[in-house]
Design a protein around this ligand. Structure first.
Ligand SMILES: [Zn+2]
Length: 356
């Protein structure tokens, strides 16, 4: 365990987080609230918070997906989206996270689950929640809209590519410009769902002013990260940890300043690595890669951003200077507008000087 002094530092450090999923950040308390509001308690496996907390405990990928789908199904109205965005901001305040770039998958809510929601419903809810959180807690929330890649290959691996999920997500992300959407991503299982068919959509997203922030190098190795940088012109990589398997790729990521959004506990839960000691975080850092610390789906992996910093510090013996450096990497790689980014960085630098 890190010392109490280092733990206190981790809390006081003004942090930015670049990789967290909106639905994967919903707590058991909020799940219950949403279910009651929408009279959907019978869709849940438990009737109280304790029961839901037990259900949340990670026990394997299939269980993880079933929780995720159940949570998505509970989101029915603009107010529901306002509630979860506001909760996300309250959690930021508790952990002293000043900026969160949060991934959300609009296509699954609008076109896949037929709930009668429009992109305007969702954007107005998200806007309301994030603006209220900004007002009450002073935190900045931005969005990455992403494609669930496996929906584009329904009968993968041999099915034809279905362009609808990507094209619709692009339209939703473009509608979200000016509503806090700053990035365009893709997630899901990389196996049997290659990046090449998504090239044109990502190109258009970048031309619209969005960052390209695909997940890659999690369920597959370096070749998937190569695809993400070459085909999707990634500005950052979600995970990307398995890049360590290819020295040439490591050189490329370093030379082009492509930041990795590392999620240590998520990688352990999903068996990308069997122990934190075997996790490549430190080797990536030593190779000169811009690494950042993130949570992915914190309540589902029973973690927080504070826990992730403590885990990394403990596993690799990092001290205050190193942890501040990883946070700075995150502030540098945000997709926020220049003015917001500059003010966040100035604030970070001045606060850190007093903390070190
Ligand atoms: Zn993720």
């Amino acid at each position: 365990m890190p010392s109490n002094e280092l733990k206190e530092f981790i809390h006081q450090l003004p942090k930015a987080e670049l990789h967290i999923h909106l639905e994967g950040a919903i707590t058991p308390e909020t799940v219950l609230k949403l279910a009651k509001q929408n009279k959907m308690q019978d869709t849940l496996p438990a009737k109280d918070v304790d029961g839901l907390r037990k259900w949340f405990q990670f026990s394997g990928f299939d269980h993880f997906v079933s929780i995720y789908v159940t949570i998505q199904n509970l989101l029915r109205t603009p107010d529901d989206f306002a509630l979860i965005a506001y909760d996300l901001g309250a959690d930021m305040y508790r952990q002293n996270i000043l900026y969160r770039e949060t991934t959300f998958t609009p296509h699954t809510h609008i076109d896949y689950q037929h709930k009668g929601l429009t992109i305007q419903d969702i954007l107005s809810g998200l806007d309301q929640g994030r603006q209220q959180a900004h007002q009450d807690f002073g935190v900045e929330i931005r969005w990455v809209f992403d494609i669930y890649r496996n929906l584009a290959f329904i009968n993968s691996p041999n099915s034809e590519y279905n362009p609808e999920p990507a094209e619709k997500t692009l339209l939703y992300a473009q509608a979200g410009l000016g509503h806090g959407v700053v990035g365009f991503g893709i997630g899901g299982n990389e196996v049997g769902a290659p990046s090449a068919p998504f090239q044109e959509t990502f190109l258009q997203a970048k031309q619209s002013g969005l960052l390209s922030v695909p997940h890659a190098g999690e369920t597959m190795g370096a070749e998937s990260v190569w695809e993400a940088v070459r085909v999707l012109q990634a500005d950052r990589i979600g995970h990307g940890v398995r890049s360590i398997e290819d020295p040439e790729l490591i050189e490329y990521l370093r030379d082009y300043h492509i930041t990795l959004e590392v999620n240590p506990t998520s990688n352990l839960c999903l068996h990308v690595y069997d122990s934190i000691k075997n996790h490549p975080f430190q080797r990536l850092d030593q190779a000169g890669i811009l690494v950042t610390i993130n949570t992915d789906d914190p309540p589902l992996f029973n973690t927080t951003l504070l826990d992730e910093y403590a885990l990394i510090a403990d596993a690799f013996g990092y001290g205050k200077q190193d942890l501040a450096r990883f946070t700075r990497n995150a502030f540098l790689a945000t997709g926020a507008d220049l003015e917001t980014k500059q003010s966040l960085l100035e604030n970070f630098d001045s606060q850190v000087t007093n903390l070190l």
